[in-house]
Design a protein around this ligand. Structure first.
Ligand SMILES: Nc1ncnc2c1ncn2[C@@H]1O[C@H](COP(=O)(O)OP(=O)(O)O)[C@@H](O)[C@H]1O
Ligand SMILES: O=P(O)(O)OC[C@H]1O[C@](O)(COP(=O)(O)O)[C@@H](O)[C@@H]1O
Length: 362
């Protein structure tokens, strides 16, 4: 009997999930492996919402991907749908999920750190091989230098900042642009560098409201005071900084009352940054990780994630020099360290941002 793999997308969607699906189904199909897509993440898995992603090409022909996968590989979002599921977090929910996997050769979970946490628990509670692929715009997943979607999100943010800068320069305005990343400031940090921002605010800095406001006031006064030639101030702010952007802007404006003609404005980019056609880089990562995930699952390897260009020690090499397999337990420990600041990766990011303070003027 032909082997069957299941695949799902879970948690916050990210551009490139569809590319990973397309690649995964192609790789499986050429190996004669049938693929079932699980609709709407763990919620769909518990309900047994499977759909065929492969079919025989004509009467008795070889297995090929369903036609919709081809064009959708270049689209953002996910054709399978995604979800956040409370019920899967209970042992009863996961037991339902495990029952749905009993006759399958493996499950590939494409998602962020929450989805990978769920995959780790499920892998321990069922016999079917479970393999994770990191996909999240936040770049908050351990053992992978980048997750699928990060590059596209950054390109969107930089383009948005460029556009905002056009109008900011026309009016000599200060703009505070908030980007997603509830626990991780990577998007704000990376975009600040490539958009030529004047400052960046992110949770990992651990700064209080008074400190932030004083620094922003100084920044605007220094740059936009009468007689100064600079025409815009751009500040990147990560969602994880507790002070809401509209409040930050109104408090800043209050402090700048005496500065004639100088205005501060805020812009929350929000979900805009999660959509859009994936970049080349995200498509390439998606393709190569999907390939490695199929290989791992078909070998019967389980409770692991395939990571991209990781510098984290350990992990198992694959024929692709940029891709390694890591046990999910290690991935989750690394992820926790990334978020609580104890990871050398986070410390390096924060150090780097501090070292460019002279350039980013805060
Ligand atoms: N600790 C956990 N135990 C079991 N399942 C979890 C756990 N954390 C997350 N999940 C599952 O993964 C889903 C997606 O996680 P979430 O954090 O929302 O998104 P992401 O995968 O993008 O980080 C959750 O809705 C839940 O079903
Ligand atoms: O779409 P939702 O449910 O509002 O979630 C928003 C969150 O999802 C993200 O876009 C992605 O986070 P996850 O990868 O953890 O799902 C965060 O940056 C953001 O805070």
């Amino acid at each position: 009997m032909a082997r069957t793999l299941a695949v799902m997308t879970s948690g916050g969607d990210s551009p490139g999930m569809n590319t990973a699906l397309r690649a995964l189904v192609r790789v499986a199909a050429v190996r004669g492996v049938r693929v079932l897509g699980v609709e709407f993440g763990y919620e769909g898995l518990m309900e047994g919402r499977f759909r065929e992603l492969t079919r025989p090409d004509g009467e008795g022909g070889p297995l090929v991907p369903e036609p919709e996968l081809d064009a959708s590989g270049q689209l953002g979002g996910t054709i399978l749908g995604s979800a956040r599921s409370q019920r899967f977090m209970t042992p009863e929910g996961r037991a339902d999920a495990a029952r749905r996997l009993e006759d399958l050769s493996g499950l590939v979970v494409i998602g962020g750190n929450g989805s990978l946490t769920g995959a780790h628990l499920l892998a321990r509670e069922c016999k079917t091989p479970i393999v994770g692929i990191p996909a999240s715009i936040d770049n908050d997943i351990g053992c992978s230098a980048s997750a699928i979607g990060v590059d596209t999100a950054l390109n969107t943010i930089v383009e948005a900042c460029d556009r905002i800068s056009d109008t900011a320069r026309a009016h000599r305005r200060a703009f505070i642009v908030e980007v997603m990343g509830r626990h991780c400031g990577y998007l704000a940090m990376a975009a600040a560098v490539s958009a030529g921002a004047d400052a960046v605010l992110f949770r990992e800095q651990g700064r209080g409201e008074a400190d932030i406001l004083q620094a922003l006031e100084d920044l605007v006064r220094r740059n936009l005071a009468e007689g100064r030639t600079k025409r815009r101030v751009l500040v990147l702010k990560a969602e994880g900084v507790e002070l809401p952007t509209p409040l930050l802007v109104s408090r800043l404006q209050e402090r700048l009352k005496d500065l004639k003609g100088v205005e501060a404005r805020g812009m929350v980019l929000g979900h805009l940054v999660r959509g859009g056609s994936p970049t080349h880089h995200d498509r390439m990562i998606a393709g190569r990780l999907a390939f490695a995930a199929v290989e791992a699952a078909l070998e019967g390897a389980t409770d692991l994630m395939v990571g991209w260009q990781s510098t984290v020690p350990g992990g198992q090499t694959t024929p692709d020099p940029y891709v390694k397999r890591y046990p999910l337990e290690q991935v989750l420990a690394e992820t926790a360290a990334l978020l609580d600041g104890s990871s050398p990766v986070t410390q390096r990011r924060v150090r780097m941002m501090e070292s460019v303070q002279g350039v980013l003027a805060l």
